[in-house]
Design a protein around this ligand. Structure first.
Ligand code: HEM
Length: 698
């Protein structure tokens, strides 16, 4: 749920009010005349509020002081500086640097906001005193996104949070459900490769790929597929890219993330919300509506399908949520709870993986030896004849180190989701009043020079362990903040790690990335308003596997099996076979052996059909023909290899009517001299035989 995290970081650039701290005069950047009455109203309201509610003075303040921070104005505290210094997260980090502190305290209205950049202090908040800091703020963004606090991540501590968190842990994000949903993630990983491949082959762009579009839409596709069992709300694009519906949906999700915790004045002086002085509420309402416009009809229809019996089998997360029952066998979740929770799951999924992978590839293109090292790892773990699968991810330590380094150096959000204290306490020797908003700085932790050598350098190898043990993306000790820790820690660690690693691994394995023709290096400048790359990454991609896959297609089986070498003298078939002999089983000789096969040179598939109608398999452990071999050196990929071969042939035969090209009277079946492939690549006339829509989206 990092994204939610992310939301807290930004000060959207649409802000148009600036405050002059010297003469206390508000200056309307765009229209002073328009803003002036608002300001008067603001000041009057603040005074009214203040007169009614004096800040509570706790006895503890007498013993411990608040963390150090900039001097606060009466009543409004540091809000004037927050308004004046946009984006707020950069200002906060700057003052912490200037004060040389790892914890500070700003007072925004009546709220103490406590940014932290030290892992030790962070752990005191989120581990040692976890129970005190386990609530969330009430604010406009959380209210709108969570449908009035019906969800998990954005909900203050209480029964609703407990109920939803438990449901996510046991029914949506459990290891069992993770396995159950594997096929959907696998589809989207294949779709990603297909989409990027189409971009590479696009003669208009010359193979230059917009990596941000690819990564963000992959994340959007994965979560839509897991929840709704569909990637596209509409038809999508012929090249596998997003249609207008998915573009709008994703833009809505990222806008929510941007404005969720964006230091809006009304987050700290709640009655100002109705004035919507900074326009954030209008933007948020529109963004939430544009997401729910697509989500809600799917949800309503599905509830109906279960009610009227049209749906009988659970196929995705939505089915699971709809079918949860309480102890009286009534629906456990209301439609509104389901709708709000789904928005939250979506924002939790799309931001961190896409941003980290975009940054990682940008950094790696500028240091090509990293690309090389990652590719070597992929080739040695996975090989070149098949695409990386989730079962390989645990072995891809260097690839994971690259993703982890991107989380460290380039988090999506400057701060973690706010933690709100439910009672007064002291942390690191400072008084922390009840109701404080604790903001662990993802940027500050990840770049803390006391923790990281050369913190501004992208160095994935710093995460590799000397004992070669597995690299993980989680960091419960808060040396960097990826999934956080404690009772409010991320519920989606496994899913988030899988999506991130698979995204990076597929892009690296499938394509060779380099600079677009006109560039000498990737510009790694960060956007001013947020932590994205200032400009979406455009990079040249060339398929790396195509050549190998083509070789595989043309030479499915070499003339001989891979040599078997004997490790001692022995006799076989009455002959002496010395130690170190190379045994070459001839696949050609076996398959064409006239003692085994009648008319061995004729292509006669029916010879493999069994009289009893039982299944035909491609495996032949008796070596009457040579497919996957047998014994301890036999092929471990029988199932995958059989599935791929059969699917390849079946799809081509089902999808198309094949015939001779116009100028030929028959296909020339001459074998090449150097191998067993056709001498010339097969050219054949194909005509679609199925409905047109089956060809347009993969
Ligand atoms: C790489 C991907 C992800 C990262 C880096 C990440 C990170 C985070 C972070 C930093 C938090 C806040 C923790 C805190 O308040 O201390 C969080 C919370 C959360 N995340 Fe994730 N997240 C990711 C993916 C996901 C996914 C895929 C899901 C589910 C689909 C998810 C669900 C949640 C939920 C429900 C919470 C709220 C927990 C609570 O408030 O009790 N996250 N995540």
């Amino acid at each position: 749920m990092k994204n939610i995290t992310s939301a807290i970081s930004f000060s959207p650039s649409s802000q148009t009010l600036f405050y002059d701290t010297l003469d206390m005069a508000w200056v309307g950047f765009s229209s002073t005349l328009f803003i002036f009455p608002n300001i008067l109203l603001l000041i009057a309201t603040i005074f009214f509020f203040y007169a009614k509610r004096k800040p509570q003075i706790n006895e503890k303040t007498k013993q411990f002081s608040l963390p150090p921070g900039p001097k606060a104005w009466p009543i409004v505290g540091n809000l004037p500086e927050v308004i004046q210094n946009k984006p707020t997260f950069r200002w906060i980090h700057k003052i912490m640097e200037q004060m040389n502190v790892e914890i500070t305290c700003l007072r925004l209205g009546n709220v103490h906001v406590i940014p932290v950049t030290s892992p030790e202090i962070g752990l005191e908040f989120l581990r040692k005193q976890d129970s005190i800091f386990s609530s969330r703020p009430f604010n406009m963004g959380a209210d709108l996104t969570s449908g009035g606090y019906l969800t998990t991540a954005l909900v203050p501590f209480g029964e609703q949070w407990k109920k939803m968190k438990k449901i996510l842990a046991s029914e949506v994000l459990s290891p069992e459900k993770h396995r159950w949903l594997h096929g959907k993630r696998a589809d989207e990983a294949d779709h990603l490769v297909h989409y990027v491949y189409n971009q590479c082959m696009n003669s208009v762009t010359g193979g230059v790929v917009n990596v941000r579009i690819a990564t963000q839409h992959y994340c959007g596709n994965v979560i839509r597929k897991m929840i709704f069992n569909k990637r596209f709300f509409g038809k999508g694009m012929a090249d596998g890219g997003p249609g207008v519906e998915e573009e709008e949906h994703l833009e809505g999700l990222f806008t929510i993330l941007e404005y969720l915790n964006s230091f809006s004045v009304s987050d700290y002086i709640p009655w100002l919300r109705r004035l919507d002085l900074d326009g954030h509420e209008k933007i948020m309402k529109k963004a939430v509506a544009s997401v729910r416009k697509y989500n809600d009809p799917e949800i309503d229809e599905r509830i109906q399908q279960w009610r009227n019996g049209a749906k009988k089998e659970q196929e995705d997360v939505l089915d699971v949520l709809v079918m949860l029952k309480d102890k009286n066998d009534n629906p456990l979740l209301s439609p509104e709870e389901i709708k709000a929770q789904i928005v939250e799951l979506m924002i939790a999924t799309v931001d961190n993986p896409s941003n980290a992978v975009e940054w990682a590839i940008a950094e790696m293109i500028n240091q090509p030896e990293m690309l090389q090292r990652a590719i070597e790892e992929l080739d040695s773990v996975v090989g070149k004849n098949r695409l990386v699968q989730e079962s390989n991810l645990s072995q891809l330590n260097y690839v994971k180190a690259c993703a982890r380094e991107a989380f460290r150096l380039h988090p999506f959000a400057p701060f973690n989701v706010p933690h709100v204290s439910i009672s007064d306490t002291t942390v690191a020797g400072y008084f922390i009043p009840k109701g404080s908003h604790v903001l662990l700085s993802r940027r500050g932790l990840g770049r803390n020079p006391k923790v990281w050598e050369e913190p501004l350098k992208f160095k994935p190898e710093r995460h590799l362990k000397d004992d070669g043990s597995g690299v993980v993306l989680a960091e419960p000790n808060l040396r960097l903040l990826s999934f956080s820790t404690g009772r409010r820690g991320c519920s989606g660690v496994t899913l988030g790690s899988t999506i991130t690693t698979m995204l990076l691994a597929r892009l690296l394995q499938g394509f060779t990335w380099s600079l677009p023709p006109t560039m000498s290096s990737i510009d790694l400048t960060e956007s001013v308003d947020n932590l994205f790359l200032a400009k979406p990454l455009l990079a040249l991609a060339r398929p790396r596997l195509a050549e190998k896959l083509e070789a595989f297609r043309l030479h499915p089986v070499g003339p001989f099996n891979i040599p078997h070498v004997s490790i001692s003298d022995t006799t076989v078939a009455g002959y002496f076979i010395p130690e170190g002999s190379h045994i070459l089983l001839s696949s050609q000789g076996i398959g064409r052996n006239p003692k085994i096969w009648e008319e061995p040179l004729k292509f006669k598939p029916e010879r493999h059909l069994k009289d009893d109608g039982s299944d035909v398999v491609l495996d032949e452990p008796n070596l009457h023909l040579f497919s996957f071999s047998t014994g301890r050196r036999g092929c471990p990929g029988v199932t995958l290899g059989s599935a791929m071969t059969t699917m390849l042939l079946a799809r081509l035969l089902q999808g198309f009517t094949w015939s001779l090209p116009p100028t030929m009277s028959s296909i020339n079946l001459t074998e090449s001299m150097g191998g067993l492939s056709l001498e010339k690549p097969l050219l054949a006339l194909a005509r679609p035989r199925l409905a047109e829509n089956l060809y347009t989206s993969p």
